[in-house]
Write a protein that binds this ligand. Structure first.
Ligand SMILES: [Zn+2]
Length: 104
């Protein structure tokens, strides 16, 4: 059996390479709005971000998302992103791997 290939992407906030499933895809839709893309297949320019509070904060503070998507994120879209990322983070088994202590 050949080893499984795990697709990896770079988080635009912390620039770390992570398995794709630990990241969320944020997409700039053709109409210019920016939103989380749960399918990972939505048309438009995409960027990946870690499903953690820290990554979202960094991405917005450093405008990493805006740079990567080559757009300006409106207050409305920003609020929507935060809500969506926090919601998904709550159900994500990989949440906050960088916070707190690490186990074996
Ligand atoms: Zn990150």
């Amino acid at each position: 059996m050949a080893g499984k290939h795990v697709p990896e992407r770079t988080c635009v906030a912390c620039r770390r390479l992570k398995p794709k499933r630990e990241l969320l895809r944020v997409v700039r839709r053709p109409d210019g709005t920016v939103a989380v893309d749960p399918t990972g297949k939505a048309p438009g320019r995409g960027a990946y971000i870690g499903a953690s509070r820290e990554c979202l904060r960094l991405a917005l503070e450093r405008k990493a998302l805006e740079r990567s998507l080559k757009t300006v994120i409106s207050e409305t879209d920003r609020a929507g992103l935060e809500a969506e990322l926090y919601k998904r983070r709550a159900s994500c088994p990989f949440r906050d791997e960088d916070e707190g202590s690490r186990e074996g």
